[in-house]
Design a protein around this ligand. Sequence first.
Ligand code: 4FV
Length: 267
Amino acid sequence: MRIDIITLFPELFAPFLDVSFVGQAREKGLVEVAVHDLRDWTTDRHRTVDDSPYGGGPGMLMAPEPLVPAIEEVAGPKGPDRPAHVVAMSPQGAPLTQPRLGELAGVDRLVLVCGRYEGIDDRVYELAIDEEISIGDYVLSGGEVPAMVLIEGLVRLVPGVLGNPESARIDSFGGGLLEGPQYTRPPIYRGLAVPEVLRSGDHAAIARWRAEQALERTRKRRPDLVSAREDREAVTDAGVDARGDGSGGGSGADEDRGAKRDAKRES
Ligand code: 4FV
């Protein structure tokens, strides 16, 4: 995977790109990252990239020039056979999620556009940007940190980056739920003991306990995730029923799936 970053602060990325998973992934040649200074595309001696907003209002906006020529030079012109997928980090974007990270991890070339000032002239989105992504409903002063968040979440999903790909599969949100409580040595710390089941060696019981804990914690802290997961299951169930999973007239599985769904509805 190759990631190009267009920013007014290239120096912000150096330490982040040289350490930990991202640094190792680059060393292993699994991920290539290039950071571009937008001012390199300016043509005036003040190296201007911004201007005041039409209609008045506080602050400045990033102007169409040099941003559009810069994006087009790095990613190619917008269109179906564009060699790269261009993402602008912005609060107006779709919320970044684990599933979206999974999809983006399969893209060959990604270009990340980091906004500054109050935002970017809207024609830049129309002319040169494929997707807007937000890391959360709050306003930062630049898109650089959001770009790092996306890169951090993405690179660990690139095959070969994580020592044990299993950890990417089972971690938080892997199954759409929060992670349950986790423990390591010592078995008792300041009087607090590690739950017995985790030291039992009974892997079935451990898996059951972890699933229960994950569901309970998610119900308490993020009920929205539980209902989203139930909706997803309902859709898959409906899909399965619709397909009737080839047992012509429905197999036992349908019945108990139906029963399970009804039980869930009652709960
Ligand atoms: C942001 C976010 C974000 C807005 C104005 C940069 C700033 C400035 N990006 N998720 N939240 N961006 O606050 O992605 O241009």
